[in-house]
Design a protein around this ligand. Structure first.
Ligand SMILES: Nc1ncnc2c1ncn2[C@@H]1O[C@H](COP(=O)(O)OP(=O)(O)O)[C@@H](O)[C@H]1O
Ligand SMILES: [Mg+2]
Length: 626
């Protein structure tokens, strides 16, 4: 922009080229800043095209208007381009910023007289809003309509100036709703804000005049009709389809107030407190606005503190969104106001550094449409994926339930098996124990059959008088002794221990067929041996008797005949009772003993082979079962 200094007489000012452009693709735009000076003093120097120096502090604006500037001049240069942009389908905002009494309301609406005749023919004193409204309606295309909204940000609450019920609670303090803009970014929209349709510019101005009556205005030192809040009028151009086409936002801000200068006039103590609170709230919101402008102006800043006040929230879209913005700062140049003048110009200077990306609403919509379609597509795809997952989840749940049931069945079976196993193990252990017990008792029986019987040691037992005659289940051997056993008892040798064994026990042992057979065979062998011996002894005695009678007749003192080696005649005495036996037997020692039947272990006894007969003893025999 090469805006020339407007001296207030020039109506054909140079407008920013881009600001005058027709609807075009996305472009990077700055905020246009203008200053309107009042009571210019020596301390203030104005240089074309947009330079202004206050107390040697220089500022460069898009345009500077001195106190002689007409309403039309300001409008043409600063506001008309914005209206053109709106008519081209863009969003624009015009802000009036400045000290109280500096001429903001005058610039936006007009003089007091003009304000009283807003809906009338445009006069010289009519400000930006009536002019813009007129221009807007003049430029509308077929089918386009205009809707008007008017809010006042008062003490950080949003009030609807066009709500018919305003003042009866309704329309007061509207909540702000954050919405996503088609061009990107967010905007805060007062929820439930009235959008009054206006058929022409006069209609718009009637609505605004009506809304103006709802504004809080107080007599202040700096301004007898000082606005106590920020007024924001929006003219919405809606296309034939009802879609937003363009929007012109016109904002008459309340002025920064110093407590010294901005005292209330003719006010009682209660209204004084109200004015103080208003001033505080105004200053807080303007500081928030200043912060937002500073952050937006410093490129790369990530977080813009829009949320610090209702004013900045509601202006979020105008300052940093898809919106061409222009700011007119009104400055009082009296000596006592120069500090405020510098601060105001600084604000404008910072705002001038803000760059925004702008697209027409139609383009934003067109861009958003495929985006929305793509998003809808993605949403649909995501939904179908989710449905698929849900199906899978459902079937997985089913499978899980089935698996759980199977696991439960298996666990039940396992439990049964474990119980069964435990029972079997117990039984096996019992059986094993029984088996061990049985084995033990068998072993015990086998190794020590006499363990079951009472073994009475025979004290006066003479080994040489015993004879092994039988064996029972191991080393039990029945033996004979000189001393006869008591009735029902036998002598037995159990591994070298000679004792009395009850006959019943031996008979019991003989229950074994083999043993019984062995016993019987052994018995037979002994019987036959006995018979054989008796017969041989008898035979021998007969021979001896015959020989003795023969030698006795030949020589009485003849030599004694040696019968057999180791045999003495006096030994014959013992055989006396069987001398009448039939035939003499052969020498017993030379006769081999009958062989033991197979499987019969030869009994071992420490007695060795005992005598079959003992002198003076009686022959005894095993009373085996056979
Ligand atoms: N440029 C101007 N020319 C003539 N009168 C003006 C001008 N600027 C402001 N005034 C008058 O000064 C008074 C205060 O201005 P106003 O716009 O209400 O101040 P504020 O900035 O507080 O809104 C009003 O009576 C207004 O008509
Ligand atoms: Mg005002």
């Amino acid at each position: 922009f090469n805006g020339a200094l407007c001296d207030g007489r020039c109506r054909s000012s140079t407008l920013p080229a881009c600001a005058r452009a027709e609807a075009s693709p996305s472009m990077s735009e700055s905020i246009f800043v203008y200053s309107r000076l009042r009571s210019v003093s020596n301390e203030v120097e104005v240089k074309p095209p947009g330079a202004v120096t206050v107390k040697n502090v220089a500022f460069t604006m898009n345009g500077v208007f001195n106190e002689d500037a007409k309403q039309a001049d300001v409008y043409d240069q600063a506001a008309a381009p914005l209206v053109e942009r709106v008519l081209a389908g863009f969003n624009s905002t015009m802000l009036a910023y400045g000290q109280t009494g500096s001429g903001k309301t005058y610039t936006m609406l007009g003089s007091e007289e003009a304000k009283a005749n807003l809906d009338k023919e445009l006069g010289e004193e009519h400000g930006i809003i009536p002019r813009a409204s007129k221009q807007l309606f003049a430029g509308l295309r077929d089918g386009q309509t205009v809707q008007v909204s008017y809010v006042e940000v008062y003490n950080d609450s949003i009030n609807d100036m066009l709500n018919p019920s305003y003042g009866k609670e309704k329309g007061m303090n509207l909540p702000l709703r954050e919405v996503n803009m088609q061009a990107g970014g967010k905007a805060c929209v007062p929820d439930g804000l009235t959008r009054a349709p206006a058929k022409d510019s006069a209609d718009v101005m009637r609505l605004i005049a009506k809304g103006d009556n709802n504004r809080v205005v107080a007599a202040m030192q700096m301004n007898p009709r000082s606005s106590r809040g920020h007024g924001i009028v929006a003219l919405h151009v809606v296309d034939r389809e009802g879609e937003p086409y363009g929007r012109l936002t016109l904002c008459d801000l309340a002025g920064m107030e110093s407590s010294k200068k901005s005292a209330a006039v003719d006010a009682g103590p209660s209204s004084l407190a109200i004015r103080k609170e208003e001033a505080k709230r105004i200053n807080i919101s303007l500081l928030a606005l200043s912060s937002v402008v500073s952050v937006l102006a410093s490129k790369g800043a990530s977080r813009v503190p829009y949320r610090d006040s209702k004013l900045t929230r509601i202006l979020q879209d105008s300052l940093g969104g898809n919106c061409q913005c222009a700011i007119v700062v009104t400055v009082r140049c009296e000596k006592e106001n120069l500090e405020e003048a510098i601060n105001t110009l600084r604000f404008a200077q910072r705002a001038a550094a803000i760059k925004v990306q702008i697209v027409s609403n139609a383009e934003a919509r067109a861009n958003a449409r495929p985006k929305a379609a793509k998003l809808a597509e993605e949403l649909e795809a995501a939904r179908s994926v989710m449905a698929n997952f849900e199906d899978q989840l459902a079937s997985a749940e089913g499978a899980k339930a089935q698996l759980l049931a199977e696991v439960q069945t298996l666990m039940d079976e396992m439990q049964l098996l474990q119980r069964d196993n435990a029972r079997r193990e117990t039984e096996a252990a019992k059986l094993q124990q029984q088996n061990h017990l049985a084995e033990d008792s068998k072993k015990k029986e086998k190794n020590d059959p006499l363990g079951r019987v009472k073994m009475e040691t025979v004290a006066d037992f003479e080994p040489e008088d015993a004879k092994e005659i039988s064996m029972f289940g191991g080393d039990i051997v029945e033996v004979f002794t000189k001393k006869p056993a008591p009735a029902g008892w036998w002598y037995a040798d159990n591994g070298g221990k000679i004792g009395l064994v009850p006959q019943s026990f031996l008979v019991e042992l003989e229950g074994d067929a083999d043993i019984a057979e062995v016993v019987w065979l052994r018995t037979r062998v002994y019987e036959l041996e006995e018979e054989n011996r008796v017969l041989r002894q008898r035979d021998l005695m007969h021979k001896m008797a015959a020989l003795s009678s023969r030698t006795g007749s030949e020589a009485e003192d003849g030599p004694k005949m040696q019968l057999t080696e180791g045999f003495q005649m006096d030994q014959l005495e013992v055989f006396a009772p069987i001398q009448e036996a039939a035939s003499p037997a052969k020498q017993s020692q030379s006769e081999p003993e009958p062989a033991a039947p197979p499987r019969v272990k030869k009994a071992k006894s420490r007695l060795g082979s005992a005598l079959l007969f003992s002198r003076g003893g009686s022959a005894r025999n095993v009373r085996a079962g056979k």
